[in-house]
Ligand binder design. Structure first.
Ligand SMILES: [Zn+2]
Length: 68
């Protein structure tokens, strides 16, 4: 069990190599909306889904862009 340690590692965006920052991201889970602290790229707004989150694969992350 080393999930906490992993969260503190610095992650780089695979696209722009920017250091990811922790920020509140709105996510939809089941019928609710939550704000979760996630790592995201300040440049392209890519959100890193960690293994923790991947457990709930139904999680839909609302990205900065609006599709609808
Ligand atoms: Zn990026």
């Amino acid at each position: 069990m080393n999930t906490n340690k992993e969260e503190k590692r610095s992650w780089l965006c695979s696209k722009c190599k920017e250091k990811l920052e922790i920020g509140l991201v709105k996510v939809k889970y089941l019928s609710g909306n939550f704000e979760v602290e996630l790592l995201k790229c300040p440049k392209c707004k890519m959100v890193l889904i960690t293994e923790d989150l991947a457990l709930g694969k139904m999680l839909e992350v609302e990205k900065g862009l609006e599709d609808k």
